[in-house]
Design a protein around this ligand. Structure first.
Ligand code: NAD
Length: 281
């Protein structure tokens, strides 16, 4: 591959660029971002070789592959512009939502779009936090469909393997069901949990003076970028609502066991959950 264009040079875009550089990617790495600060920082840190805030410039870069790394709801507009500016590049992404978005992007870009989502990240945003080893040993979900060009899929797979990713394929629909539950729901709950302290602090005590390790561990992800999470919740609305409803049922069940002091059932419930949780690490 000759060159790569990162669209949205933030934490994930910067990490992908650094990961390529660390693995001796020989081609040029270009960056496009709407925020001049992101481009300035990325150039200053040597994360991209050239960068711009003018999307028309990407025509001159003529990259062989584009990695979309901006918030997910920006993808369709960007894809529409890229479809004429870069008529032959392979276009892939790191977006946290696939589902309908994959079909929308395929309608714009055809088989040269390959949907992707690395299961790696942190609550930090911004290119200055980028890390070259972010994808080492991490799952990368690819969501090819019958329209996906197999040659381009292979290219994207090889690029992810080069930066340490472990490829797994899923349908766009299954991806959103799975990550609606294992990733989007915990973020929603973490945001809501902090909101509980905001609400309960109104009774004359500032609860934020007292959180210990448990609260801080649990809500670390509520420090994540609001725009990114707004986009994820709205783009995966159906599955996020399903997960929130299931969570509400589970919390109501726990509430009932506490309210009715059903000691034995409460212990059984907690024991069963603990056992299941211990299985994953
Ligand atoms: P970030 O805020 O660090 O970076 C996003 C960058 O996109 C910013 O530099 C911003 O200026 C730029 N941007 C915003 N709108 C744009 C537009 N219309 N055109 C061009 N650039 C634009 O966010 P991030 O954490 O790097 O997340 C980026 C993507 O990666 C999101 O789609 C997110 O769903 C996905 N993702 C994030 C994580 C994570 O843990 N942070 C993990 C997996 C996937």
């Amino acid at each position: 591959m000759e060159s790569v264009l990162i669209v949205g040079v933030g934490f994930m875009g910067g990490s992908f660029a650094l990961a390529l550089k660390k693995r001796n990617f020989r081609g040029k790495i270009y960056g496009y971002d709407i925020n001049p600060e992101s481009i300035k920082k990325a150039l200053g840190l040597g994360i991209v070789d050239e960068g711009t805030t003018d999307i028309n410039e990407v025509k001159r870069y003529n990259p062989s592959l584009v990695m979309l790394s901006s918030p997910v709801r920006t993808f369709p507009d960007i894809a529409r512009k890229l479809s004429s500016l870069l008529p032959s590049a392979t276009i892939t992404d790191q977006g946290s939502v696939k589902g309908k978005l994959v079909y929308e992007l395929e309608d714009i870009l055809g088989g040269r779009y390959v949907g992707g989502h690395p299961i790696a990240g942190t609550e930090k945003s911004g290119v200055e936090h980028s890390v070259p080893d972010l994808y080492e040993g991490k799952k990368v979900i690819l969501t090819p469909t019958e329209r996906t060009d197999p040659r381009r899929l292979k290219l994207v797979e090889e690029l992810w393997k080069k930066v340490g990713g472990v490829i797994e394929h899923m349908s766009p629909e299954l991806h959103d069901y799975v990550f609606g539950a294992v990733s989007h729901l915990p973020h929603a709950v973490a945001f809501a949990l902090v909101d509980v302290l905001i609400r309960m602090s109104k009774k004359g005590v500032d609860l934020f003076r007292y959180p210990g390790g448990g609260f801080k561990d649990f809500t670390r992800i509520a420090k994540s970028d609001p725009v990114m999470w707004r986009d994820i919740f709205l783009a995966n609305k159906e599955n996020v609502l399903l997960a929130i409803d299931t969570f509400t049922e589970s919390l109501s069940h726990l509430r009932k066991l506490i309210e009715e002091e059903r000691e034995e059932e409460l212990t059984d419930f907690l024991r069963e959950v603990k056992t299941k949780r211990m299985e994953i690490d």
